[in-house]
Structure formats: C-alpha cells, structure tokens
Design a protein around this ligand. Structure first.
Ligand code: HXC
Length: 258
C-alpha cells in the first residue's frame, strides 16, 4: 500500500486505516482517495484481513469532507467525474466489500467525511463528534452518496432537514436517529470498533460476506446516478463559485440563486 496520506496496519486480522492529513482536517484529496482504494482492494483480497476500521488522525476530525481547495475551479463535467470515480473506487467499493468496514468517527464527519462513514457498514462515534452534510452551504449537494445513504439510515424527513439546513448534529443526536450505532468517549472509539469486529471474527467468513451482500442488495437504486448528475450541474452555478470563494477566504457567503 502507498500510504502517503494514510497510516495502515494489520493487527489480529483487522486492517486499521487512519486518514493522516490532520492539518487539513483529514479532507479527502485525490491522492487520499486513491490510497483508500488500494487499501480496500488489499482488504478484499487478503484472507488474513477479517474486517476494517477507518478513522481520522488527531482529535478534531474524522474527515471534514472532500478537499474543497482541490475542486474550486471545476466544471460540471469534472465535478460529475469526481463523484463517479469516488463511488466506483471508494464509496461503493466499501459498501460492496466482502468484509465489514467500521467507521470510528473521532471528530468532525462532514460532507464526504460523513459519506465515507455512511458507506461503512457500522459507525462508532466519539461523544465530541459532529456529523453533517454541509454541501449546500458551498452551492453543492452531497456527491459521494449522501443523499441516498443518509435517507436509507435515518429516513426522508431527517435526511432532508440535515441536507438542506447544512447544520451538523451531535453524536448523541446521531445515535438517537440511527445514524451511528454507538457513542463512546473519544479515547474508546477504536476499542469499541475492535470489540465489534472481534465478534464478527468468530463467525463464519463466507456467511458474513453473504449477509453483507444481501443487506446491501436491498438498498440499490438509481438515486446514486441522479445525485451524481445533479452534483455535476451544481458546479456550473455562480452560487458554487461564491460558496467556495467564501470558504477559502474565511468569510460568509452571499448567494444570489443563480
Ligand atoms: C479542504 C479543509 C477542509 C476541506 C477544513 N480544511 N476542511 N481544507 N477541504 N473540506 C482546512 C481549512 O482550510 C484549514 O486550513 C484547516 O483545515 C483547519 O480548518 P479551519 O476551518 O481553520 O478549522 P475550524 O475553524 O475549527 O473549523 C472546522 C470546520 C471547518 C467546521 C470543520 O473547517 C469546515 O467547515 N470545513 C469544511 C467542511 C465542509 O464544507 N465539508 C464539505 C466539503 S464538500 P488552512 O490552511 O486554511 O489553515 C464535500 C463534497 C463531497 O465533501 C462530494 C464530492 C463528490
């Protein structure tokens, strides 16, 4: 594995992946996504690995989203391509993996960060974590499956509220609505995720894979394609340019609806 932006280690049949861009709050740039794709393939093709835990480095963030600075001048077509590749190489690859993936959410899980956690099969959150899909405050919509997976996990009403207000929720609120499985002190997130996988490790590997496949099969629909197309279209708006400029220049945005 390449490991420029990740720290990976296999211990007792569990692959631990730490996204290691602490200064950028572990934002997902292209290089990190490519390394994640490699790690997912490694997990799928290595018998020794029975499950995967993904976390973020430092105490502040799991992942604060896709790397906004990397796509600030994208066209619609480039935005759509970003989303499509992300689905194929990382987000759908995790959801369709033969081994269980657990997100150990140690801090902010925003935008692509929450989408990464939702692509995982189980989520454990630190008490201090904040979870949200803030894309509409940048003139975008979620593009890594957030409109679909959040709706699947928490239902249409709460998903729409979270997506169109862009407001994050606390870990305890997330547990109440079924977005995370457990909330634990920050120092215990990895231990709790490991404890869950230690149960899975005792079960029949082929049956675990079959169960994952069957549950995921119940969720597939054409909504992902609709999301990808609309995500690309957002890049053609003035509001997108304004939203990103405001983030980069650390000022409030002024949207004109065009
Ligand atoms: C790039 C990011 C980043 C991001 C934070 N940083 N989030 N860089 N992309 N998503 C960088 C900041 O620019 C800053 O770097 C450093 O990390 C620390 O962040 P601050 O903003 O100074 O920290 P703080 O004031 O504590 O605020 C924390 C925060 C805020 C609330 C998490 O950083 C934030 O709102 N981040 C953006 C969250 C977001 O909108 N995510 C969705 C992205 S769109 P410098 O160098 O300036 O010090 C997305 C689309 C997915 O995810 C779909 C794609 C297909």
């Amino acid at each position: 594995m390449t490991d420029q932006n990740l720290i990976t280690a296999v211990r007792e049949n569990i692959l631990y992946i730490t996204i290691n861009r602490e200064k950028a709050l572990n934002a997902l740039n292209k290089a990190t996504l490519a390394e994640l794709a490699e790690a997912i393939t490694f997990a799928n093709t290595t018998d020794e690995v029975r499950g995967v835990i993904i976390t973020g480095s430092g105490e502040k963030a799991f992942v604060a989203g896709a790397d906004i600075k990397e796509f600030s001048d994208y066209t619609g077509a480039q935005g759509e391509e970003l989303a499509r590749k992300g689905h194929e190489l990382v987000f759908n690859a995790i959801e369709n993996a033969k081994k269980p993936f657990i997100a150990a959410i140690n801090g902010f899980a925003l935008g692509g960060g929450l989408e990464l956690a939702m692509a995982c099969h189980i989520r454990v959150a630190a008490e201090s974590a904040k979870l949200g899909l803030p894309e509409v405050s940048l003139g975008l919509i979620p593009g890594y499956g957030g409109t679909q997976r959040l709706t699947q996990l928490v239902g249409k009403g709460k998903a729409i509220e979270m997506i169109i207000t862009a407001n994050p929720i606390t870990a305890h609120e997330a547990e109440k609505i079924g977005l995370v499985n457990y909330v634990v002190p920050q120092s215990d997130v990895i231990a709790k995720a490991t404890e869950i996988l230690n149960f899975v490790k005792k079960r029949a590997p082929l049956a675990v894979s079959a169960a994952l496949k069957a549950v995921v099969a119940s969720l597939n629909n054409e909504g992902y394609q609709v999301e990808t197309t609309l995500f690309g279209e957002c890049f053609e708006t003035e509001d997108f340019k304004e939203g990103v400029a405001a983030f980069v220049n650390k000022r409030p945005s002024v949207f004109l609806g065009k």
